[in-house]
Design a protein around this ligand. Structure first.
Ligand code: NAD
Length: 288
């Protein structure tokens, strides 16, 4: 591995999460800094919730340019920051901290990444209807950003588990804060799911179904739920093609997996912190 030449000028951006050693994120961010020609390194710090307040004080004291934040800190870090973006406030989560001369601003870029990955695939959901399944962190970020960015109508389905209340809260927040009309439906009502999918431009799985340990599984019973002009996307990026995407592709649908979301959320975070946008084609090639 080629090493960045570290000097007295080199600056630091940290990823604050626990556990985090397995993360590809520092490699992604360091590849982007190299391409941008900036003298910055990105390192992962094992920071768990009890240490987070001290870590943020340290970030201020050490004048880090910013930080990336992952679980378990995404939903609690806002209390230590000076300002929160509208999307981060509505999501109740922050994955990017920008240090503006000691004034810390929190953003969430997961939803931005998803919307940019749509655009990258010539998919434009503005003014259209989205049916989406999911009530966890990824789903909330996508739902809030889609509503803020101009999706006209959203049908949100979720199963009856510990996340369900999130989906109900998200529907309320979207209806109170954006021009999008959102409605909640239980995922158990498959007839309704089919009906909503049939009247949608775009369908998205924003749950972990399709990824290990649920790899090979989908809650879509059969291909009659798809029609060829429905665009079908998944936030899952491993495997590259989930069982649901495979079924949709066989039904003639245009499909997109979660790899673009992952890439573009990183690009958006780098742009927020550094004010520079790295070339997505280069990053795609670099990350395989
Ligand atoms: P989470 O734990 O916050 O939420 C899990 C969600 O999955 C909930 O909505 C839950 O109801 C749903 N779920 C779980 N088992 C289910 C089942 N059997 N049937 C129906 N719904 C079920 O997780 P998360 O952080 O929101 O992550 C969800 C998925 O999104 C993961 O696969 C993750 O890898 C992916 N993700 C992708 C990106 C990206 O950049 N592409 C970013 C974040 C998360």
């Amino acid at each position: 591995m080629e090493r960045h030449q570290i000097t007295g000028h080199t600056e630091l951006i940290g990823l604050l999460a626990y556990p985090i050693r397995h993360s590809q994120s520092p490699a992604t961010h360091n590849a982007a800094y190299e391409k941008l020609g900036v003298d910055i390194v990105n390192l992962a710090f094992e920071v768990d919730a009890p240490e987070l307040e001290d870590a943020i004080k340290g970030l201020r004291a050490l004048k880090l340019r910013g930080a990336n934040v992952s679980m378990p800190n995404k939903t609690i870090v806002h209390q230590y920051l000076d300002e929160i973006s509208p999307a981060a406030r509505l999501c109740g989560a922050v994955n990017t901290i920008v240090n503006k001369d000691g004034y810390l601003v929190g953003h969430i870029t997961d939803g931005i990444g998803y919307i940019q990955s749509l655009k990258d695939n010539d998919i434009d959901p503005v003014g259209k209807k989205l049916t989406i399944v999911g009530s966890g962190g990824a789903a909330t970020a996508v739902e809030i950003q889609a509503a803020l960015d101009g999706v006209a109508e959203m049908s949100i389905f979720a199963r009856d588990d510990k996340f369900k209340q999130n989906a109900l809260d998200t529907v309320k927040k979207i209806n109170e804060n954006t021009n999008c009309k959102a409605t909640f439906y239980p995922l158990e009502d498959l007839d309704k799911l089919k009906e909503e999918m049939h009247s949608s431009y775009l369908f998205t799985n924003a749950t972990g179904v399709g990824m290990k340990p649920l790899e090979g599984i989908t809650y879509i019973p059969d291909s009659s739920f798809f029609r060829p002009d429905l665009i079908v996307t998944d936030v899952v990026y491993a495997p590259h093609e989930t069982a649901m995407l495979k079924m949709a592709r066989h039904a003639g649908c245009k499909t997109m997996n979660g790899q673009g979301m992952m890439l573009f959320q990183a690009i958006a975070a780098i742009e927020l912190i550094l004010g520079k946008r790295v070339d997505s084609a280069y990053m795609k090639e670099k990350l395989g």
